[in-house]
Design a protein around this ligand. Structure first.
Ligand code: NAD
Length: 498
């Protein structure tokens, strides 16, 4: 059986650690093994990155950007192969996999602007014969730890930008679907990246702990579940590292009585059931303002949920594939059981779905609950599956209070034709990413991505302008060249222009 290797100093290696099974979630079969790094293997990657840093740091930003231009072209040329690898190990449909890759490529495009991004600021004559400038310098060796649900896009949020900023990067991808991530990193080598500037090291807690504890690793970017985000943030910052840790979510869509219902239904179908609900920006709660819009929504959603085309992600023309693992499937079914036991009305039940020809795949059908209340676990917890909950409220203010009281604050949206309601919502909602008639408001690459509350630990959001700040250190230089033959006496008062 083939092994998904590490990429250390430009070479594929199995390292000295353990291995784990990689599954095809559409069939339930083990398709590959993935190497899991022990501390010694991780140290090789750290040493490699450290040795590559001095030369890469001195490489002109324009030359670093040229590598990214070639990388972008290679990513586009290999879209079909990458999408297939994603789909085989994650389970999402081929079209959805291609979509995530395209959003990842946007981040490569942003990184292509390295010379512009890193220009810094300059002020002449801040004092007599004194000029000042501030410079954005790299941090050194930095690392990223990424989740299973976007094996192409989320790593591309991180390392293209970190690398054009002059850092060397160690990526620890999810061990559940590692192949596409490795394949993409190999394309970056092919684009001309020097050895050691990007190392990919697979693994689990042991590998992550080695990164947290290594003094050579100066910054950690994490994307994954909230408990692990909190762990990495607290352990990393304790050791003086710069950390940004993006966590879980529970994203609400508010439906106002004046919403364009047909468009809202289409938007909710994609946002709740696309990628089998395994998106950190998935809509998992529809908050209906008034019973009339709730009843109308259920009437329109129900037949569409029952008609979802579900099957092996690698088949074309489907709406939804399986969940990523048997454990994920069982967890989602457990939440549906709990919703029923806690008194929610199960309108569409996806628990008994069997996909003919793929009986052992990890499938759960689209599920809809009505009359969900805030104390139910299907409301409080991130289910990360194809389950949409309807909560009924009496006013926009109640809808906003509900959202603001939730522990997560990643994404949210409002469906309305009322500009005043939309403006109030955007202004006062305590969530990091907000959509108005846009169900998945994932910012484009030149804005930054990040939630509020327990959806993000750290001060800066991911990618875009915040990403540049995260992956650089500012240095302010004040420079004076005294006039020839002039001599100034020592000054003991603090220097100023006054
Ligand atoms: P996860 O937290 O289980 O794993 C994420 C990463 O952490 C993986 O690389 C994994 O190997 C590593 N890891 C797992 N257990 C660890 C441990 N005990 N110690 C150290 N490292 C450990 O998350 P997942 O299941 O891969 O991804 C789904 C989660 O990610 C969801 O909660 C989802 O909301 C979240 N997510 C958030 C965003 C965001 O931008 N906020 C984006 C994508 C996914």
């Amino acid at each position: 059986m083939s092994i998904v290797n590490h990429l250390i100093h430009g070479e594929l290696t199995v390292g000295t650690g353990r291995t784990a099974d990689v599954f095809n979630p559409s069939t339930g079969e083990v398709s590959k093994q993935v190497a899991l790094a022990d501390r010694a293997t991780m140290q090789q990657a750290i040493d490699s990155a450290k040795s590559a840093f001095p030369a890469w740091r001195k490489t002109p930003p324009a030359k670093r950007a040229q590598v990214m231009f070639r990388f972008k072209q290679l990513l586009e040329d290999h879209e079909a192969a990458i999408s297939k690898l994603i789909s085989e190990e994650h389970g999402k449909t081929l079209e959805d996999a291609a979509g995530e890759l395209k959003r990842g490529i946007e981040n490569v495009e942003f990184a292509c602007g390295a010379p512009q991004i890193l220009k810094g600021e300059y002020s002449r004559n801040v004092g007599p014969n004194i000029d000042a400038w501030s410079d954005l310098q790299p941090i050194g060796v930095v690392a990223g730890i990424t989740p299973f649900n976007f094996p192409a896009m989320v790593p591309l949020w991180m390392y293209p930008l970190a690398i054009v900023c002059g850092n060397c990067f160690i990526l620890k991808p999810s061990e559940r679907d590692p192949s596409s991530t490795l394949y993409i990193a190999q394309l970056l080598q092919e684009a001309g990246l020097p050895k050691g500037v990007l190392n990919v090291v697979h693994g689990d807690k042991e590998a992550v702990d080695a990164l947290i504890e290594a003094p050579e690793v100066k910054a950690l970017s994490f994307v994954g579940s909230t408990p692990i985000a909190e762990y990495i943030y607290s352990e990393g910052t304790k050791r003086g590292k710069r950390v940004q840790a993006l966590g879980g979510a529970k994203n609400h869509a508010v439906l106002m009585p004046d919403a364009d219902l047909d468009n809202a239904v289409s938007a909710l179908m994609g946002a709740a059931y696309g990628s089998c609900g395994e998106r950190c920006m998935a809509i998992s709660v529809a908050v209906c303002v008034g019973d009339q819009i709730a009843d109308a929504l259920i009437e329109k959603l129900t037949p569409q949920i029952k008609a979802l085309k579900i099957g092996a992600g690698t088949n074309c023309g489907l709406d939804m594939g399986p969940l990523v693992t048997a454990a994920a499937r069982d967890k989602v079914k457990g939440y549906i059981d709990a919703g029923v036991a806690q008194g929610a009305r199960l309108v569409v039940d996806g628990r008994d779905l069997v996909v003919s020809g793929n009986e052992n795949g990890y499938f759960v059908g689209g599920t809809l609950f009505d009359k969900v209340t805030p104390e139910m676990t299907i409301y409080t917890d991130e289910i990360f599956g194809p389950v949409l909950c309807i909560v009924r409220v009496g006013s926009l203010e109640q809808a906003m209070q509900l959202i603001n009281d939730h522990e997560y604050g990643n994404g949210t949206c409002i469906f309305t034709r009322d500009g005043e309601a939309a403006h109030l919502f955007c202004d006062e909602i305590e969530v990091g990413m907000v959509g108005v008639n846009v169900p998945l408001p994932v910012p484009v690459s030149y804005h930054s991505f990040g939630g509020w509350k327990r959806s993000l630990f750290g001060d800066l959001h991911a990618y875009g302008p915040d990403g540049v700040r995260f992956y650089t250190r500012k240095k302010a230089v004040t420079q004076r060249w005294p006039q020839r033959a002039s001599h100034e006496a020592a000054q003991f008062a603090f220097p100023s222009n006054n």
